[in-house]
Design a protein around this ligand. Structure first.
Ligand code: FE
Ligand code: FE
Ligand code: ZN
Length: 287
């Protein structure tokens, strides 16, 4: 498989780290995403098995799997008003990032959170303060802020909000930070993903710099652009459409960036979508 085309889907951690590596190869992909713990609950991580972690580290080293993404659970809110939620989030993120040093080449993705009435400006300030607490100079993992649909008081509904968070982080730590572009979220937030993705990338470049873009969540959206709903759809079953999503997956400026499917699929459905993306390259003839 072309190592420049990195594609995969969300998988469950329930059978361990090595199992996810084996699983994604079986589905035809070369990257994957997983929740660092049960996404909606707060069950603590089982102590990960050393041999199991080493198994995945070996696959990363041999480039059988490339740039998988560890996704922080939805229960985290870095800028929560309640101190216990905020402390829990910061402590958990720090622990997860410490653990990930054993898996060099894994990215860490989180939602900037909900400002719950504190205001977007204050929310961004708190997220930046959190990053200064949980990151450290020389860490191996790149930490990604996800672009959000803008539901409720969600931060990250615009490239400007993410840029404002980044600008408040100590420059010595900023090299450990990047952004995940979620096609469903960005479309729901009002960017014209379907008809003008080049324009969206130009805007991303002017506000954040394209070098910050380190992962793509490739999802169709069950709702029209600007709806701020955040309901993912299977490729081709939503308002973005398969044609636009294949073009995004294969965009020459996004080469070498992992494309992760978070579509409502079982594994057979994911295998099918991975095959569609591998078999179609609208740019091929122009190269
Ligand atoms: Fe997410
Ligand atoms: Fe996402
Ligand atoms: Zn979503």
């Amino acid at each position: 498989m072309d190592k420049d085309f990195i594609v995969g889907c969300h998988l469950s951690l329930s059978d361990g780290y090595s199992a996810m590596g084996a699983r994604i190869l079986g589905l035809g992909g070369n990257t994957f995403q997983f929740f660092t713990k049960n996404p909606r609950g707060r069950t603590p991580n089982r102590e990960p098995d050393k041999e199991d972690v080493k198994g995945l580290a070996g696959m990363l080293c041999r480039r059988e799997v490339i740039l998988p993404v560890a996704h922080a659970p939805y229960t985290y809110n870095p800028c929560a008003l309640k101190p216990e939620v905020r402390d829990y989030t910061w402590d958990s993120m720090r622990a997860e990032l410490t653990f990930l040093e054993q898996l060099p080449g894994v990215l860490y993705n989180f939602h900037p959170g909900c400002h719950v009435g504190q205001g977007a400006e204050e929310g961004c300030r708190i997220v930046a303060a959190m990053l200064e607490q949980v990151l450290w100079p020389g860490m191996k993992t790149v930490v990604l802020l996800e672009t959000m649909a803008g539901k409720g008081t969600e931060l990250g509904r615009s490239f400007e909000e993410l840029a404002s968070i980044l600008s408040m982080v100590d420059p010595a730590l900023r090299s450990s930070l990047g952004v995940t572009l979620d096609t469903c979220h960005v479309s729901d937030a009002g960017y014209d993903v379907r008809d003008s993705f080049d324009g969206v990338l130009r805007e991303f470049d002017s506000v954040l710099g394209l070098d910050r873009l380190r992962a793509v969540h490739l999802n169709d959206s069950a709702n029209p652009g600007g709806s701020r709903k955040d309901r993912h759809a299977k490729l081709g079953e939503g308002f973005i459409g398969e044609k636009a999503l294949v073009r995004i997956a294969r965009h020459p400026l996004l080469k070498g960036i992992p494309k992760i499917l978070e579509t409502p699929n079982d594994e057979a459905g994911y295998a099918r979508e991975i095959r569609i993306l591998k078999e179609n390259d609208p740019y091929e003839r122009n190269e």
